[in-house]
Design a protein around this ligand. Structure first.
Ligand SMILES: Cc1cc2nc3c(=O)[nH]c(=O)nc-3n(C[C@H](O)[C@H](O)[C@H](O)COP(=O)(O)OP(=O)(O)OC[C@H]3O[C@@H](n4cnc5c(N)ncnc54)[C@H](O)[C@@H]3O)c2cc1C
Length: 292
């Protein structure tokens, strides 16, 4: 049924890196929910497989005493959604993860696979961007760390060398503590559908003003993006409807959605403006404020 030419089962992370070194054209298989579709489509780039599914080192969520959270890349979305640390501190990530596919897929699909697959529609990308996740990557030289902001380089492309593995996501306390965050997804169906537009917002408010806004969109450009113009337009502004209008105008300079069989560009632009207001409203409420 599947056109697999070579299959290697990794025993641990270093073994997986060594196997990648030896087989530079091989693809990692985590939950396999994207890889097996590619194989089914007889995509020749997926014929050589290195299986990292269920490696204990790639599972689990921990929080240190300072509140810094580490989520191993092979953590499934169901594990993430049901984990008290994620529920308490990373609500926008849990919200987005809960909207992925259906329960069966969420039981096997991993957070790392969703990001490394590089799809512009990946539901976990926007919350990772607004929480400024740091990625821990294993390579033959050891571990390196890089920001999720800039990791997506094009549709289906991420800044990962052929011999590297994403091992974990780090969420620093300073990037979520005392802030409000939310995620929204618009899809044509309520379940088992890829986002027509997805978004996340995080805000820090002081004395009735936006101290900081972080806003991210999926399917609004060739990669998931942060909206720098919109974020700048919010800085220091009061929590009013007029500020939301200003942010909404600025967001037009950040996005470049396209027409596809799923939706027209114009409809996506309409969704972007509507969701900008909604997601910021909820993020502000969760930060203890109110748009008046
Ligand atoms: C029916 C269905 C519905 C879906 N609905 C949604 C949806 O609503 N929203 C959504 O965002 N996605 C959806 N998906 C896509 C998919 O489930 C996710 O992208 C999933 O999170 C991928 O994770 P995985 O563990 O299955 O990855 P895999 O398929 O194992 O791998 C995906 C890619 O990432 C690479 N990779 C995996 N792990 C690592 C790692 N640790 N380091 C480096 N590279 C790695 C693989 O080599 C491969 O290129 C859906 C898929 C299906 C089949």
């Amino acid at each position: 049924m599947y056109d697999i030419k070579n299959y290697h089962r990794a025993d641990n992370i270093s073994h997986a890196v060594a196997l990648l070194e030896k087989n530079p054209t091989a693809r990692l298989l985590a939950g396999g929910t994207d890889v097996l579709i590619q194989l089914h489509h007889l995509n020749s780039h997926f014929e050589h497989i290195i299986d990292i599914h269920d490696l204990p080192e790639l599972r689990g969520i921990q929080c240190d005493q300072a509140g810094n959270i580490r989520i191993a890349s092979g953590t499934t979305f169901n594990e993430l959604i049901n984990h008290p640390i994620a529920q308490q501190h990373l609500p926008a990530l849990v919200e987005a993860a809960s909207m992925i596919a259906g329960p069966q897929i969420r039981n096997v699909a991993t957070f790392g696979g969703n990001i490394c697959n590089g799809a512009p529609s990946a539901d976990s990308a926007c919350p990772s961007l607004i929480y400024d996740a740091t990625l821990e990557i294993a390579s033959p030289e050891g571990s390196r760390y890089t920001s999720i902001n800039g990791f997506h380089t094009g549709p289906g492309k991420v800044a990962l060398a052929a011999n590297e593995i994403l091992t974990a996501f780090h969420f620093k306390a300073e990037n979520y503590r005392d802030k409000g965050a939310a995620s929204f997804k618009y899809a044509m169906r309520d379940a088992m559908d890829i986002a027509t537009i997805g978004c996340s917002a995080l805000c820090d408010i002081k004395q009735g003003k936006f101290q900081q806004l972080k806003l991210a969109f999926a399917v609004a450009a060739p990669t998931p993006i942060r909206c720098k113009h919109a974020e700048e337009a919010a800085r220091g502004q009061p929590l009013t409807r007029q500020t939301l209008v200003t942010i909404g105008k600025a967001v037009s300079h950040d996005v470049s959605p396209r027409t596809s069989w799923r939706a027209e560009k114009e409809f996506r632009l309409h969704l972007i403006h509507t969701l900008t207001e909604r997601v910021i409203n909820v993020a502000v409420m969760r930060a203890g404020g109110e748009i008046i």
